[in-house]
Design a protein around this ligand. Sequence first.
Ligand code: SAM
Length: 248
Amino acid sequence: AGTLHVVATPIGNLGDFSPRAVETLKLVAAICAEDTRRTRPLLQQFGIDTPLIALHDHNEDEIAERLVVRLVAGESLALVSDAGTPLISDPGYRLVRAAREAGVRVSPVPGAAALIAALSVAGLPSDRFAFEGFLPAKAGGRRDRLQALAGESRTLLFYESSHRILDFLGDAASVFGADRHAVVARELTKLFETVLDGPLGALRSRIDQDPNQQKGEFVVLIEGAGDDEAAKLAEGKRVYAKLAEHLP
Ligand code: SAM
């Protein structure tokens, strides 16, 4: 059988495209890409003319089946996403799962991932962390998810887009408290890379006051709850449960 190579691409700076990534993409029979219109120009810059196959959330199951047939027959393929590491808030999970289930070798060509780049410069505890990806776009769903994380002691990481960054920080400040320490990592490895840190409330106002700080791509990192906060929350839950017993 062939190998499915899961290949990371840059998250902004083309210098982060590894020589092994380029070599691998040249050698495979085809490259599965999330959006072929975005991947083609990148490949062209590196002289890669391997055929592309579109693989996105909507067609992944169907395409995965056909790709696994090709892999089992002996072809090697690569999987890339628009930027960074495939499967990390990007398509590919179902293909990787199907390939492994068919006994096909799946091998990584690691490289950029925005969450790891952000964690490496945030100055927050990095021994234990929880990556939460994108929260639901609607306010209610977003607040519910944040609420469920309020007592989490690990460093929390989120992906967020420019049009929701202020709402996200506002909700986070109200759920975790305006004083909880956080870091906003924007446009990492790009021209306008900015890493801001401070209490959630102050960070939100700072970004609110500067439209330039609202542009681009964001990783938000929130320091985990301290012992006293976690204890308060547990006590609150205990009291609530006791009260609930007596409610009709
Ligand atoms: N697979 C990618 C990875 O490995 O990081 C993530 C893909 S996800 C669809 C895109 C999100 O990742 C953006 O909305 C943003 O939250 C984050 N992101 C990607 N590139 C970034 C960058 N250069 N700086 C900050 N965040 C970035």
